[in-house]
Ligand binder design. Sequence first.
Ligand code: SAM
Length: 397
Amino acid sequence: MYKIESLDHYARGICKIDGKITFIENTLKGEEVDIKIIKEKKNFNLGKVLNYIKKSNDRISPKCPYYDVCGGCNIMHTNYINELAFKEEKIKNIVSKYLSNGVKINEIVKCDNRFFYRNKVSFQVKENLGFYKTNSYELVNIDKCVIANEIINDSIKYLKKLDLKYVNKIICKVGLGELMVIIDADRVIDIDILKKCASSIYLKINDEYILLYGKKYIYEDLDGYKFAISPDSFFQTNINTCLKLYRKIKDYIKDNKNILDLYCGTGSIGIFISGNNSVKGVEINKSSILDAIYNKKLNKIKNIDFICGDSGKNMLKFKDNFDVIIVDPPRNGLNNETLNNILKLNPKEIIYVSCEPMTMVRDLNVLSENYKVCEITPFDMFPNTYHIECLTYLVKM
Ligand SMILES: C[S@@+](CC[C@H](N)C(=O)[O-])C[C@H]1O[C@@H](n2cnc3c(N)ncnc32)[C@H](O)[C@@H]1O
């Protein structure tokens, strides 16, 4: 029998067996369990619960019928208050371990809907449709996903009627009640059945997106700003929490500022905060930048311009003196060129949006040579998973 001492960053329980750390999924702090070792590594083991001897009061029955086998969610076996506590603790641990002390960490901003929040889902296809098991390419065949938007769930019965033999993946995106289906396949297949549920159907073949049916875009609305989204463009997957994040970014920015929005996607942050400010955006993905230019027109905004290209390589092309630089990079964070160029541009404030706290603290350490890291606010953008979005506000010292 082993007692779970704490949870690691991936929400796995930690216990020590003969001094060796063992990670065990689907456990909670304080629980006592019988386990079997399923993988032995040099420095750690992976274990699986055989029997719960003492369960935590925070344990609940997971809403998802596939939770034990599907690799998508990791912390659905506890109540939401405890999930949020895990996430706050995780950020505090990372910051205290890797960043100098004294940084204020705000309470995590919760999501109002723990379930059915995801507006984008990538289904794996192997003759059937579902998700992969953790660390495996074995398909878990599913009929519903309790974190996906209801419209995506309603479409699954139609997706399963497609001839899936030549299909590799199906991506569903929802915006303002409309469904876009992107079929990643080796050849054209009959998609007629999907006209019952989708407003837009694309075929992705040889990295090209071909509109087979319906509208070019789906749309999203954030506080009255409208955003067109193409199949290959990034958009935040949880609109409820995204809105809270964008409002907090807006709160940091006073009027009449010159702002650089790096990794700007479809221009969503830049347009949302444009007001009386002047904004320049940089984004590497062509489809996203075309959407950003279209979204500028859609919202009748004049004081924003975009460049398509790598952030680090393009950010010095503007002739502006930026008051504020916003960065929202992918999980790998900022590279040296981008960090050096931010320091060269020497803005008064930096707003760092991150979906990976480990790379965020690595980059904050570099920026903190010239900037005070004033506060970090975690946002629950990805309920039921161990992932956390963070917003950090830095001011020049
Ligand atoms: C987390 S998303 C943020 C998008 C946007 N800020 C938003 O809130 O929707 C990161 C974006 O960075 C873009 N990206 C990735 N690498 C990049 C690079 N080297 N330079 C510029 N943009 C990049 C991706 O295409 C993606 O749109």
